[in-house]
Ligand binder design. Structure first.
Ligand SMILES: Nc1ncnc2c1ncn2[C@@H]1O[C@H](COP(=O)(O)OP(=O)(O)OP(=O)(O)O)[C@@H](O)[C@H]1O
Ligand SMILES: [Mg+2]
Length: 310
């Protein structure tokens, strides 16, 4: 037995001459909140579609809890929030939920109970009987999440669920996802929002031009790009850039307005040597801050590296 919830083995998809997904392999563990991060056109949606059996791969395979993706067993395990809204606009929110429940063979009694509680959690109970065509984008997206949850799936796939939503709608969705994950559900979330991935995910895979360029915990991806750590400093008087470049531990330095950005693998040591240097030559430090790379810095560094290979 293995406890892999999702397994991609050499998964590949081509469109005409274009390799949209280029032989990617990864494992998502049971109960994990997994982020799938990449720029536009990287292959995120194509990957989700293969994992959820909406399209067939041209090579490799995907397993959901050991069952082939696309098979009926795997489909029963999954809830999907696709990139494009899939609710019927001429039905009410409630009727969409009941229809989805019927497709998944959920009893009416259970469907009503779940629908009521998810609509409540996502702030939609007053609008449940209105036609979906009158819903705002954020309301539609929240309804689609309710629909994905109606079968009480083990695995939840979400393709950019908060894209284009206001802060409040996005917050409702993120809070619910976090609590679903805490209750044991495995979540596969595609996003190009670094902060969202950082905030929610246990591990993040970064895909660029159809290939995985990194897969790790958000903090580890940040520290892996430790050469991006820096100290930003400004002084009470003029300091030649060359002097700063020669300080121990500085890998490079640049001037940004009245500040200097000094890149280093060990910001703590650099601050000490800066202070010592300034003391010895009677120079004032006006401001000083240590900057750790954001997940976005890591993302840019890793995807730029990927471009070189492509
Ligand atoms: N049905 C299709 N026919 C032809 N090309 C496609 C098709 N679907 C995807 N592609 C191409 O495959 C590549 C990956 O697309 P995909 O939609 O998976 O990217 P994505 O990472 O989801 O991007 P976005 O962030 O814009 O949603 C793109 O170059 C896209 O144009
Ligand atoms: Mg997409």
């Amino acid at each position: 037995m293995n406890d892999a919830a999702i397994e991609a083995r050499n998964l590949t998809k081509r469109y005409d001459g274009l390799v949209a997904v280029d032989g990617i392999s990864f494992v998502v563990n049971g109960g994990e909140f997994f982020g799938f991060l990449g720029p536009n056109g990287a292959g995120k949606t194509t990957t989700v579609r293969m994992l959820t059996g909406i399209i067939q791969p041209d090579g490799g395979d995907a397993l959901l809890m050991g069952r082939p993706a696309g098979g009926i067993g795997a489909k029963q395990l999954s809830g999907i929030v696709p990139e494009m809204a899939n609710a019927y606009i001429d039905l009410s929110g409630w009727d969409n939920l009941m229809l989805m429940a019927e497709l998944y063979g959920v009893s009416l009694r259970e469907a009503r109970r779940r629908a009521g509680s998810w609509l409540q959690a996502l702030g939609l109970p007053q609008r449940k009987d209105s036609l979906v065509k009158g819903y705002s984008k954020g309301m539609k997206q929240r309804l689609i999440l309710c629909m994905a949850l109606i079968s009480d799936p083990e695995l939840l796939f979400l393709d950019e669920p908060t894209s284009g939503l206001d802060v409040q709608s996005a917050r409702l969705i993120k809070d619910l996802l976090r609590s679903l994950n805490e209750s044991g559900k495995t979540i596969f979330l595609t996003t190009h929002d670094m902060d969202e991935a950082d905030e929610l995910c246990d591990r993040v895979a970064i895909i660029n031009q159809g290939r995985l360029v990194a897969i790790d915990a958000p903090e580890k991806l940040r520290t892996a790009t430790s050469s991006l750590r820096s100290v930003e400093v400004s002084f009470g008087g003029a300091v030649p850039l060359e002097t700063l470049e020669k300080l121990p531990g500085v890998s490079s330095a640049k001037k940004l307005g009245d500040k200097y950005r000094l890149y280093t693998a060990s910001p703590g040591d650099l601050v000490t040597s800066l202070v010592n240097h300034c003391r010895s030559c009677g120079l004032n430090i006006v401001s000083l801050s240590t900057l750790t790379p954001s997940l976005e810095d890591a993302f840019v560094a890793l995807t730029e590296k990927g471009d070189g290979n492509g």
